[in-house]
Design a protein around this ligand. Structure first.
Ligand SMILES: [Zn+2]
Length: 265
């Protein structure tokens, strides 16, 4: 790839890193990452991936920028209240790095569209704010054989995990949740979230996505990173594949996305 003079300058701090170099930067520019949710986690994810030169970024979100979002969703701003989050994110990316192709998907991910969407991307980064989406993304990535970097934040805590096909999946970690019991866990809207957690965990998620594209360092796959901001403690917990997992276990009972609800609205 021939970098333009502007690109050589823009990515110079990457290019001088031995682990990235021109070859790595080219890899980033050729990569296609799908971001689920242009909210708090999505804000850091999208901004750092854009700055890093991830060439194609897809953004899925059907929501509109609201005043209550701005305490943590720093990709949006007061002027853009009322915009579709996808369009607000696209505008923000265009200001950060005009190299990036942004594909907006302004609809809710569901069983009927998840696979078709995900198959167009190399890696999926899930920053959604609810368990039903998180399970849908997990299952769709499993069937589409895509690496998933999944994160969540609530109150002062955050979690980050990478799921690769052949390793554990989100269901191994959460157990039998086909009835979506996890929806009983409060959302950020109900329990609150410390705004800077979105920055910390979203930046870690971006780091992990970039590492996966560059194929450098140790993948987080097979581990769960748990971040506790009140104790300022980060720990890594081993995630074992559940042999009885209904999705990736040897007697799997989930063979397609039909267990997931179809949105009525
Ligand atoms: Zn599993």
């Amino acid at each position: 790839m021939n970098f333009s003079e502007d690109q050589i300058q823009r990515y110079s701090r990457h290019i001088i890193l031995q682990e990235v170099g021109g070859v790595g930067q080219e890899r980033l520019l050729n990569a296609k990452v799908l971001v689920i949710g242009a909210g708090g986690l999505g804000s850091s994810l999208i901004q750092y991936m854009s700055a890093a030169g991830v060439g194609t970024i897809g953004v899925v979100d059907d929501d509109i920028v609201d005043l209550t979002n701005l305490q943590r969703q720093v990709i949006h701003n007061t002027e853009r209240i009322g915009w579709l989050k996808t369009e607000s994110a696209k505008f923000a990316i265009s200001l950060i790095n005009p190299d990036i192709k942004v594909v907006t998907h302004s609809f809710r991910l569901e069983q009927t569209n998840a696979l078709d969407l995900i198959k167009n991307y190399d890696i999926v980064a899930d920053g959604s704010d609810n368990f039903s989406t998180r399970f849908l993304v997990n299952d769709a990535c499993f069937f589409a054989k895509k690496t998933l970097v999944s994160a969540m934040i609530l109150r002062f805590e955050g979690q980050l995990a990478t799921f690769k096909v052949g390793d554990s999946c989100y269901r191994c970690f959460c157990g039998d949740t086909t009835n979506f019991l996890y929806n009983d866990i409060p959302s950020c809207g109900q329990a609150g979230v410390f705004g800077a957690m979105a920055g910390i965990v979203g930046s870690l998620q971006a780091t992990e996505v970039l590492k996966e594209i560059l194929k450098i360092g140790d993948s987080l796959s097979g581990n769960l990173l748990v971040i506790d901001a009140l104790k300022m403690n980060i720990r890594k917990v081993r995630l074992k594949q559940d042999k009885e997992c209904k999705l990736c276990g040897k007697n799997a009972s989930i063979h397609d996305l039909s267990i997931h609800p179809v949105c009525q609205d």
